[in-house]
Design a protein around this ligand. Sequence first.
Ligand code: B12
Length: 223
Amino acid sequence: MADAVAEAKEEIRRRLADAIRDMEVETAADTARVITTAGWFEMELLETAVAAGMSEASRLYEEGEYFIPELLSCADAAEEATKIFRPYMMGQRPEPKGCVVIGSVAGDTHDIGKNIVALVVEAAGYDVFDIGRDVSAERFVDAVIEKQADALALASLMTTSMNHMADVIQLMERRGCRQSCRVIVGGKPISPSFAQKIGADYYSASAGDTVRILDEIMKTHGN
Ligand code: B12
């Protein structure tokens, strides 16, 4: 019985990933509805299904079958599914735990992964200020100071934008808010050694990891 349920969950996760890869916006939304109605939603499901669908879309892009418009349609399908999950995720939200500013660094307009991280972190009980994509170091630091953020989560999906993470950290130091705010970095080209090199506090590979890191931060640095 438990095996049958696990199999059905895996099958529906696969259906959602396929709908994202195949740019089927309606199917993605319908599949998300089936998942929530069946009570099968799990935080990891959103992240793993979107990652699988987009990674197959990426392969098709590399093979010359997809171009930028196709990738954008896949992103639309992922967003539609996310919209269905959102109220369900927020309904299970615990008491506020801390405050996080998040955004994609200057020069980088990729935001699918960053949006998932923001949503999962918010659903886990954090006040999240998502300041968008292609965000300058100045805007990041203004937001950290204004919101008195416990943590700043920086995203980069490109080797050409990842060095802007270092600019943000240096500006935090110059403007005196580095000590009070932990910095988490993530995204495809980021590694633990890169995080260490630029003086970030943590590298995170996923939305789930980010929640675990934030809980750890609040335990050691929270009020
Ligand atoms: C979709 C996509 C696009 C879409 C973006 C739509 C959108 N709204 O985001 C569009 C079509 C607009 C696009 C444009 C471009 N793209 Co693009 N794109 C991709 C693609 C195929 C998938 C990315 C994705 O969404 N993955 C799905 C999500 C769920 O996974 P993820 O982002 O990795 O996120 C997970 C983790 O990394 C982590 N994470 C992510 N963000 C964060 C943030 C924090 C704080 C934390 C803790 C963790 C975390 O958690 C997430 C969930 O598990 C990648 C290929 C790839 N394999 O990554 C190329 C890719 C990133 N793009 C690339 C390029 C080159 C471009 C363009 C320059 C193409 C062009 N010629 O115009 C432009 C650049 C635009 C710009 N200036 O930013 C290259 C980058 C190469 C490099 N230099 O490093 C890649 C790698 C493709 C390739 N193989 O060449 N792209």
